[in-house]
Design a protein around this ligand. Structure first.
Ligand code: ARG
Length: 548
């Protein structure tokens, strides 16, 4: 019994401290009876003192030893996030497909697409850190009646010259104009329908134009995503799966899952009771497929091509029903793996606009973030010594956008406000970057960019201890992020509080003018926490800057 009890205590301590329980088992075994009050531990033990109160046991930890153990661990794994063992314990393995961003050709890249890009990138980074093989997929909206309109519009008013110089803008412009014309001119409608029929028939000329729109769009996006620090392994899209939808329909038919309605549509009954009180339409009355039909085809194709163990779709919450229906259909078709398909839904961002007005292009958001940030940096005159102020402003501006997206609960909508997003203080991306850059500058000044652990026993002051304690205390919470990706708020909060504590420590614990032993210990602390900060930022999709 006593042995079991000791083991429990050791486990709990290990959990609290983020260290292995093996550290604690010998210590706890050394306690003859933990219920006795005031037991002195051997000198040099992690637990300095154990005492029993009414229903509680107090453990007083030995600060220098904890600091030493923690910093040794941090220094030995500079690329691990904080405490690598946290990750190791939850290593998942397996292949994860994350589908995110997924804008529509010739249409707006709205705030929802930006949020999907940020959240999807984070999930992919986190899964990668957990040891999974990650496949990043961008599923473009590249098929549907709108391509009839776009094709017909381009034949009327498109310019190859503009398509080369300003591809996204020009496609959008043509698309908006043809929609306007179609409102009052029936002949535009028939031209669009005719163009789409040509596409569906696979007519060379129409397909060549469509292919050009798609290639040009993908090239542009690749360039812009790179500015954002995001990449994809595959650009797929709805068109790609268009020709496979027939196979899906045939399979559904054979399994007796597809029902034809009086209106001439074909549906899958999702009611359970077989009374069509809930259903999904897979074929329109004119025989054409729908968004969900293409998604079923896409899922089957991905499973076959990539053999994923789990698939994660990231879109705003307006598509929740769509994905529920999608997974339901896949399961009804007998694909048990659909149980490992997840839709990560998030709330809507309201009122994101740029100088050009409502957000239409991703690049406008990046430009706006950069110019506003540059302006702020100039006002605080921090940008003077920077070699590349524009690039730094962009990186910092982007981190501000990222942090903003992770601040609140996943499902809540939020109102976007540039001034709030780019604030230099508080829980913002600017503050994280600022703290990181300050640490880099301190370490540069003392030529301590790389680690080495030293005697850190001087780190017993309250500032150092609060930084270290935060690392220890938050470890179990951080671990829960590794179990449930949607709990990233925990990671965000950890980093924000951490950066505030680090900023205070940086301000109040001078290196210059301290004795050599104290200076060394402090530099060791600062280089370790800089790495924790940078690793956490990178998982969120932020590129830490070294100067700002
Ligand atoms: N292109 C879609 C949109 O902009 C998002 C695609 C989401 N993914 C999917 N597999 N349906 O709304």
């Amino acid at each position: 019994m006593a042995c079991f009890f000791r083991r429990c205590v050791a486990l709990q301590l290990a959990e609290v401290c983020g260290l292995s329980e093996d550290v604690f088992i010998p210590l706890i075994s050394a306690v003859p009876n933990v219920f006795c009050s005031q037991l002195q531990m051997k000198r040099g033990a992690v637990v300095e003192e154990v005492s029993a109160g009414r229903g509680v046991i107090h453990f007083r930890l030995n600060r220098p030893i904890l600091a030493q153990k923690l910093l040794e661990q941090l220094c030995s794994e500079p690329d691990g996030f904080g405490v690598k063992s946290e990750l190791l314990r939850h290593l998942q393995g397996g292949r994860t497909l994350v589908e995110f961003s997924s804008p529509n050709i010739a249409k707006k890249f709205h705030a929802g697409h930006l949020r999907s890009t940020i959240i999807g990138n984070f999930i992919a980074n986190l899964k990668k850190a957990l040891g999974n093989e990650v496949i990043r997929v961008n599923y473009l909206g590249d098929w549907g009646m709108q391509f009839g309109l776009l094709g017909a519009g381009f034949e009327r008013s498109g310019s190859q010259e503009k398509l080369r110089t300003q591809p996204l803008e020009h496609l959008f412009e043509v698309y908006v104009q043809v929609n306007r014309e179609a409102e009052c001119d029936e002949s535009v409608h028939s031209a669009a329908a005719e163009f789409f029929r040509r596409l569906e028939r696979g007519e060379d000329q129409a397909l060549a134009l469509w292919r050009q729109f798609r290639e040009i769009t993908v090239d542009e996006y690749k360039r812009i995503y790179q500015r954002l620090g995001v990449h994809f392994d595959h650009y797929s899209g709805e068109a790609f799966h268009q020709h496979q939808t027939q196979n899906v329909l045939d399979e559904l038919m054979t399994r007796g899952l597809l029902k034809t309605t009086e209106k001439g549509t074909a549906v899958v009954d999702l009611s359970g009771a077989g009374d069509l009180s809930s259903y999904a339409t897979l074929v329109r009355s004119d025989g054409t497929s729908l968004y969900i039909t293409r998604d079923v085809a896409a899922a089957l194709d991905r499973k076959q091509r990539f053999g994923f163990d789990e698939m994660i779709y990231v879109t705003d919450k307006s598509q929740t029903v769509h994905f529920r229906q999608l997974f339901h259909i896949l399961l009804a078709m007998g694909h048990q793996w659909a149980e490992r398909c997840v839709h990560v839904a998030f709330g809507l961002v309201q009122g994101m606009s740029t100088r050009r007005g409502e957000v239409v292009f991703l690049e406008d958001v990046l430009e706006e973030a950069r110019s506003r940030m540059l302006n702020n940096m100039r006002q605080s005159s921090t940008s003077k010594e920077l070699e590349e102020p524009e690039q730094t402003a962009e990186r910092v501006g982007i981190s501000a956008l990222i942090v903003q997206d992770f601040r609140g609960p996943l499902m809540s909508d939020y109102k976007f406000d540039w001034d709030k997003v780019l604030q230099a203080h508080g829980d913002t991306g600017v503050f994280l970057q600022y703290t990181h850059a300050r640490l880099c500058s301190l370490l540069r000044r003392h030529a301590r960019e790389t680690y080495s652990c030293c005697d850190v026993s001087p780190l017993v002051d309250s500032r150092s201890v609060s930084v270290l304690q935060h690392l220890l205390r938050e470890a179990p919470k951080r671990r829960c992020v590794f179990k449930h990706v949607s709990r990233w708020v925990v990671l965000m909060r950890f980093l924000c509080v951490f950066s505030h504590l680090v900023a205070v420590a940086h301000r109040e614990l001078p290196v210059k003018g301290s004795s050599a032993a104290v200076a060394q210990a402090r530099l060791c602390l600062f280089s370790a926490v800089r790495s924790v900060l940078a690793n956490g930022m990178r998982i969120l999709g932020i590129t830490p800057v070294e100067k700002m």
